[in-house]
Design a protein around this ligand. Sequence first.
Ligand SMILES: [Zn+2]
Length: 326
Amino acid sequence: MPITRRSFFSRTAAIAGAAAITPVLSSSVYSAAPKLGSQVPGIYRFNVGDIEVSAILDGYLALDPALVTGFDQQTAADTLEHNFRDPNTEKMTISVNGFIANTGDKLIVIDTGTDDLLGPTAGRFHQNLKRAGYNAADVDTVILTHLHVDHIGGLATKSGEKLFPNAEFITHKLDYDFWHDDGYRSQSPKSLQGFFDLARTYSAPYKNRTTLVEKDGEFLKGFDAVHLPGHTPGHMGIRIHSNNEEVLIWGDTVNSSALQFGNPDWTIAFDTDQEMARQTRRKIMDRVSSDRTPVLGIHHAFPGLGHVRRIGDAYAYHQSPWQHKI
Ligand SMILES: [Zn+2]
């Protein structure tokens, strides 16, 4: 019911009357409560038309400034300060988010976090999925934006058991083929060859239920592929749409929401093709800022939902307000 001047005053008068007969508060109200010392579970729910989407937090990772190409200390500190973040670049962190969408007849997971592959600050995707009220066995489809370790970790166990036992697995063909190509693996620096091995190990249990997306457009009802190459060859955005509403899950288009909206030419060491990643980022930022399309980022500050505004030659990110109504 909307608050009107009349209803507001009649309600507050009733409350004032009730307060007059409230007994004196007991002294226990003033006793110290123990501090809980940890954050509440990372779950956030909102609607895209008829599709109910929940953001599920996997955790967070430190972002080493040495991983950012184009980075310069002073600009980074200024950008962080401008965004009301701690300007100490040594303390930069990024969220790791995943998502689950309920279309009414299908449960669809998008990206699955790190499991235990990147340390104890992340790896809680499955725990938070349960807390959000979902059973992994009920999931019909798992879509990965790309096969990096922080997206594929919750897909299976190291010993090859599916963590979504009844799901089909969907990713972009160019990504699947790249990580399964022995030539690319052997040409890569030794430090990156493990990425190939993990992509293979974690996707293998789904071999008989894998669908590879080859072109942009709808591949499931309400889910469109948007190829965003550069971060990896088959890096793919997923546009969820229903009843004239939409959101674009743009994967790792932005790895640091604090730095890369203001400095969109800065790339990340994990971009397979730095120049293509830079161009793709600019192109899609242009598009979503002029179309006013809401975006969801795997590494935006949780829950990762917001809009992009163009400011001169750069951009700003506006995190969406809490959605009260589901
Ligand atoms: Zn990532």
